[in-house]
Ligand binder design. Sequence first.
Ligand code: ASP
Ligand code: MG
Length: 420
Amino acid sequence: MKVFKFGGASVNSAERIQNVGQIMNNWAGEQIVVIVSAMGKTTNALEKVVDAFYAGHKEEALRLFELIKQQHLTTAKQVLVTHYLPCEKQLRDFFTEVEWLLHDKPVRDYDYYYDQVVCAGELFSTAILSAYLKEAGIKNQWLDIRDIFRTDDDFRDASIDWAITKQKITDIVLPELNETKIILTQGFIGATDENESTTLGREGSDYTAAVFANMLDAENLTIWKDVESVMNADPKQFADAISIPELSYNEVIEMAYYGAQVIHPKTIKPLQNKGIPLFVKCFLNPALPGTVIQNKAVHHLPPIIVLKEKQVMLEMSSKDFSFIGEHHIGHLYTLFEKLHIKPNLTQNGAISFNCVLDDRPERIEKLALEASQFLDVQVVKGLSLLTIRHFTKQIFDKLTEGKTILLRQQTPETIQLLLQ
Ligand code: ASP
Ligand code: MG
């Protein structure tokens, strides 16, 4: 049995939904759990609905939600004929759930409402896709994953209760898989024991798919993306980026740590624990080999490049020329935690501590202000942070030519450079 995950871009239009049908046709007769994200930018659009609702702008929230409804109904109409009416009914039930809530006044935490509203995106997309596949003759069973994935109530960042979820998979999913072969359900969402909807953190659908693969002891997981495979750099930044056919789990974790936007970092652990291979394949051209990620060291990797733009360096030094010690650094890390700041690079010297951060002006201002109580602080903006794994002198020279290197950190495998 296999697990597939289709991301938002793969179900973003009538043609894309039909394309998923063609891919599924290639796997006729196999047992597959299919995890699907919300269509395109639906999650972002739903976030705006929650914002308006929580700010007390009920009419605006309803208006924004109406646009999302119409988009989904239009897509459903484009891909469905015989299955349109039952699908529309299912969609309208989900719409009503959200609208009901939008008519209330917010009395609980923002994060609670966020999850109740934002979870709808995955319910909509899977309802349409399931109906389309049926119409195309691909038998499948739609499931509401909120009946299966039990989580705590840490809204927007909920953790899965593994024991209960595993039990539900055994009780609900396995019999369905034996009966219908293809199960279609949502990524990214779950529910508490009080049936409140939860979400697992943005881009969490890959993780849902990995948890499914783990609990079902799947043969493999395939993540269908709009890129041909995992590349050694972002092709939008480096036109000469190349495909990497094979990677180890560890390499992918390292890449994600340095900021490569390949796979959600939480995805790897559940697969690694059971040695389940992860395929990254292109839904636009399924014949391409893609990338396989597994528990096997891969030698001779090309240089892997991660370039983060819009970086800010905070240069902090002691006010009295004393060495930077645990109390300064402890204090700074308490501030990072309080302000939800994750430095991309830190470096300390005798009387200085430098950290490199994404440019979030509000947070940086707060950090600089608080740190200046006990350190001298200077802020330098407009920098880029370049990370190269498996670097060679040639690639180093090429990427640093004409630039000033402000900071440099190096291990045998990885070099990081802050460039101006
Ligand atoms: N739809 C969610 C998001 O956009 C989850 C996902 O796509 O993985 O963050
Ligand atoms: Mg996504």
